[in-house]
Design a protein around this ligand. Structure first.
Ligand code: GLN
Length: 492
């Protein structure tokens, strides 16, 4: 069995006990990637030299007792929208194809301080806009469960790399579901923390009021440990929150007795694939059998979440992406007449169609004649959605739902109809609009053998409740393994 089939915590333990050296772990991640990348293409770039250099340093710090944490020496893959000093960071866009940041994102820095070792940067939808990883300028990523299907998006590379056991864990980012939906499609576990928990400093912004970095891993314990490592109060991020406790692993107890779980009826209606529904309801039954109290309720406003999200996210994106103009970063057109023409040609050539669509939509809803009609209305809708969740959390400890209406679609099926693709975000985006934490954990397979993800949504700053329920569920969940990972590679 490959070392990359171990969870991050299991591998960390072996490194700590000197059963495995850090260099062996790094080399194994590179070997696994080399053998699986030709079919999966989870990475935009691999960083073997950097990884080996770091391996020697980290081993030294473990040996002299300065590094004692559970992730010391464990290889990690980082989504390519997080800045990494000296390592190419592209956001899977031509406009940043040669961008080498001069600093590292705070979340990544926290992880490196914990001793994790970056082995590469993962593929994603361009600027995190998409749900399939097909809008990347550097080719599509394939789903390790079935190479004819997409891995989901936008953190498709991060999720595929873990599912294929190229690496034990990775970091993704989630603006409207980009950790939870690809986790669902790839049969891995991912958590989107409460907004403000993980610093956005160095995360290339898509929708700043929605973006959060989070872990993607093989199980709930890894997710809790990684979240513990990356979360921090950061004065460099004006929306960072100083939390009372960053101890997420304390929540890992196999006990849901008396836990009140709400099931939003509106999430189980038309449009939900029957196989997905069955898997989710079966998981709900498992939690009930373990002593949780389940109750259906009306979340309301569900139909307004998609329009509100796409207005707000596009508005913020149009402003955030104004900085890519050929002057400061990355790509510049080779042939231009004057400054204005240079901006125009650089952006026309550098951005892909989905990004352009969002910039145009965002600029439109922010323009003076339409601001009130669209942007302001979307912000009001966002506030109402938050209120609906507040009401729900007065009654429930957590909400249980699907992460996506279907399992992974076939490659090429989604992009032809962007509106339909946007509808696939129905169960994830409200969570970002309300700033809540959400976890996605594998709960079964559909008839085609593709994974189904169970989403648990918590109230703000209540990660411990969703981690506890997810952990308890995991203990009773049947085992299933991604064919591309070696035996025993996924759910234990
Ligand atoms: N699919 C959604 C979008 O395209 C969410 C993406 C994300 O979370 N980054 O906006």
């Amino acid at each position: 069995m490959s070392l990359m089939n171990l969870t991050a915590l299991e591998l960390g333990k072996k490194i700590k006990s000197r059963e495995v050296s850090v260099m062996e772990a790094v080399e194994e991640a590179l070997v696994q990637s080399a053998s699986k990348e030709p079919s999966v293409h989870a990475f935009v770039s691999l960083t073997p030299e950097y990884a080996k250099k770091r391996a020697a340093q980290v081993q030294k710090s473990i040996d002299d007792g300065t590094l004692t944490g559970p992730l010391a020496g464990v290889p990690v893959a980082i989504k390519d929208n997080m800045c990494t000093n000296g390592l190419k960071t592209t956001c899977s866009s031509k406009i940043l194809e040669n961008f080498y940041p001069a600093y590292t994102a705070q979340a990544v820095l926290n992880l490196e301080r914990a001793g994790a070792i970056i082995i590469g940067k993962t593929n994603m939808d361009e600027f995190a806009m998409g749900s399939t990883t097909e809008t990347s300028a550097f080719g599509v990523t394939k789903n390790p469960w079935n190479l004819d299907h997409v891995p989901g998006g936008s953190s498709g590379g991060s999720c595929a790399a873990v599912a294929a056991s190229e690496v034990s864990f990775s970091l993704g980012s989630d603006t409207g579901g980009s950790i939870r939906q690809p986790s669902s499609f790839c049969g891995v576990t991912g958590i989107k923390p409460t907004y403000g928990t993980v610093s956005r400093y160095g995360l290339i912004a898509y929708g700043s009021s929605l973006d959060q970095i989070g872990p993607v891993a093989k199980d709930v314990s890894d997710c809790a440990a990684v979240l513990e490592a990356i979360a921090s109060y950061d004065p460099k991020d004006s929306t960072s929150v100083r939390r009372d406790s960053y101890d997420f692993t304390a929540a890992l107890t196999d006990d849901v007795k008396g836990m009140r779980i709400g099931i939003p009826k509106d999430y189980f209606g038309e449009g939900l694939d029957a196989d997905v529904r069955d898997c989710i309801l079966q998981a709900a039954q498992t939690l009930k059998d373990k002593g949780a109290i389940l109750e259906e309720f009306d979340l309301s406003l569900v139909q307004y979440a998609i329009p509100a999200y796409y207005v707000i996210a596009s508005a913020e994106a149009s402003s955030n992406l104004a900085r890519f103009d050929g002057v400061k970063y990355g790509y510049r057109t080779s042939d231009y007449t004057d400054l204005h023409n240079m901006y125009k040609k650089t952006r026309s050539e550098g951005f892909g169609p989905e990004v352009k669509r969002r910039i145009m939509l965002g600029s439109f809803v922010l323009s003076s004649g339409y601001y009130d009609a669209y942007y302001l209305k979307a912000l009001r809708t966002k506030a109402l959605i938050k209120q609906a969740f507040d009401k729900a959390f007065a009654r429930f400890d957590l909400i249980l739902a699907p992460a996506a209406p279907s399992t992974a679609p076939k490659l090429g099926d989604s992009l032809s109809d962007p509106l339909k693709m946007y509808l696939g975000d129905i169960y994830t985006i409200s969570v970002n609009l309300a700033g809540l934490p959400g976890i996605c954990i594998p709960c079964g397979l559909d008839k085609k053998g593709l994974p189904v993800g169970l989403q648990m949504i918590g109230n703000c700053f209540e990660e411990h409740k969703i981690l506890q329920a997810a952990y308890a569920y995991e203990q009773s969940r049947p085992l299933f393994t991604c064919p591309m990972a070696e035996e025993g590679g996924l759910a234990q």
